[in-house]
Design a binder for this molecule. Structure first.
Ligand code: PLP
Length: 355
């Protein structure tokens, strides 16, 4: 029996199995909730009415998110991770054959969800340094009458960012709905979150999975003008965010100091790892290039990426390899040290990797 021509070649999202003492592959936060938060979470479990459906609007957690970021709660929609919201947006705003623009490299889920709703993907390649040609992007969007444009800023998997003014220019010039995925914007200062109402065509996505250290609870948010928000709320499944997640999310955002301190610690750890890698780049000239990171991961560009990936695995360190890059999530001081030691050892002992 043939079920569906478009999904028969799809494969499940690949996560690496196996035991690695140092996991720097999934861009999670290395910080865990402190004792105060953990106590709160314990209390929450006892107060959740488990026999009832959760609040369909997730009002309280949306309000807590809105307070933390300084946006109005009525413009916030919660999702089961921002991942779910990407799918909701694609289903709500794309019709069959509508063109949607993605960039590459970028987050791979955009393409999958767009295809599931039978949109036509226009994929624009970034240049060899992973820079976006903003003028070309605008021209293509207009020429092809793209319905939707989606990209991450700062970008996963390059860790590079597009300055605010460049994003504003895109928003002003294209007719497409622009889905601005700010999953990592807590680590940089070029957010458009407070400007969401200035545009008819802007949806901003945020997540609790990265800087806020709560990947496990699956909680993400879309911020958009009133008209778009109304559509998103109507298009999502009614009880998409479970009651436990809503309660935990609310408690999390209430602890603003904790969140801000954690974010700062992650940024500091990133800067330290970046500095060490720049040192290493000087010590082994020509072996790799490290890109200026704006997220909680650092990217090395080198033709030896596949070999390096395997060598690091042999040392018990898991990172992510994508073509000629290694994407390395910032870990604890100790994990970062282990990574640096391993890289030094690899380049010192394996002359084949030095070029
Ligand atoms: C991690 C990530 C997401 C997914 O976030 P969830 O809220 O965990 O679903 C979305 N976009 C980008 C670019 C990401 O890296």
């Amino acid at each position: 029996m043939q079920y569906n021509h478009k999904t028969e070649n799809f494969l499940p999202y690949k996560t690496v199995e196996g035991d690695y003492p140092v996991r720097l592959d999934a861009n999670e936060s290395f910080l865990e909730p402190n004792a105060r938060i953990l106590q709160k979470l314990e209390d929450i479990v006892k107060t959740v009415p488990f026999n009832r459906y959760p609040d369909a609007k997730a009002s309280e957690v949306c309000k807590a998110f809105a307070d933390y970021y300084g946006v109005p709660a009525e413009n916030v929609t919660a999702g089961n991770g921002s991942d779910e919201l990407i799918f909701v947006i694609m289903s709500a705003f794309l019709e069959k054959w509508d063109r949607f623009i993605t960039l590459s490299p970028d987050f791979s889920m955009y393409s999958l969800y767009g295809k599931l709703v039978e949109g036509r993907e226009i994929n624009l390649r970034k240049d060899a340094q992973f820079q976006v040609d903003v003028d070309a992007l605008i021209a293509t969007a207009k020429q092809l009458e793209a319905k939707l444009l989606i990209f991450s800023n700062p970008c996963n998997p390059t860790s590079l960012g597009l300055e605010r003014e460049a994003v504003r220019r895109i928003l002003r010039k294209v007719d497409a709905l622009v889905v601005l995925d700010e999953a990592y914007m807590d680590f940089w200062d070029q957010s458009l979150l407070t400007e969401f109402a200035d545009y008819e065509n802007l949806i901003i996505l945020r997540t609790c999975s990265k800087a806020l250290g709560m990947a496990a609870i699956r909680l993400g948010f879309a911020v958009a003008n009133t008209k778009i928000t109304k559509i998103l709320r109507a298009a999502k499944s009614p009880y998409n965010v479970n009651a436990l997640t809503q309660a935990v999310g609310k408690a999390l955002f209430a602890d603003k100091v904790f969140l801000r301190e954690n974010t700062l610690r992650l940024i500091q750890a990133r800067e330290m790892l970046y500095a060490s890698l720049l040192d290493l780049q000087d010590r082994f000239p020509g072996c790799f290039t490290v890109l200026r990171p704006r997220t909680n991961f650092v990217v090395l560009q080198t033709p030896a990426a596949p070999v390096l990936f395997e060598c690091l695995k042999d040392e018990g360190i898991l990172v992510r390899q994508i073509n000629n890059t290694l994407r390395i999530t910032v870990g604890s001081a100790q994990e970062n040290q282990q990574l640096m030691d391993a890289l030094k050892k690899i380049w010192t002992t394996r002359e084949a990797l030095a070029r």
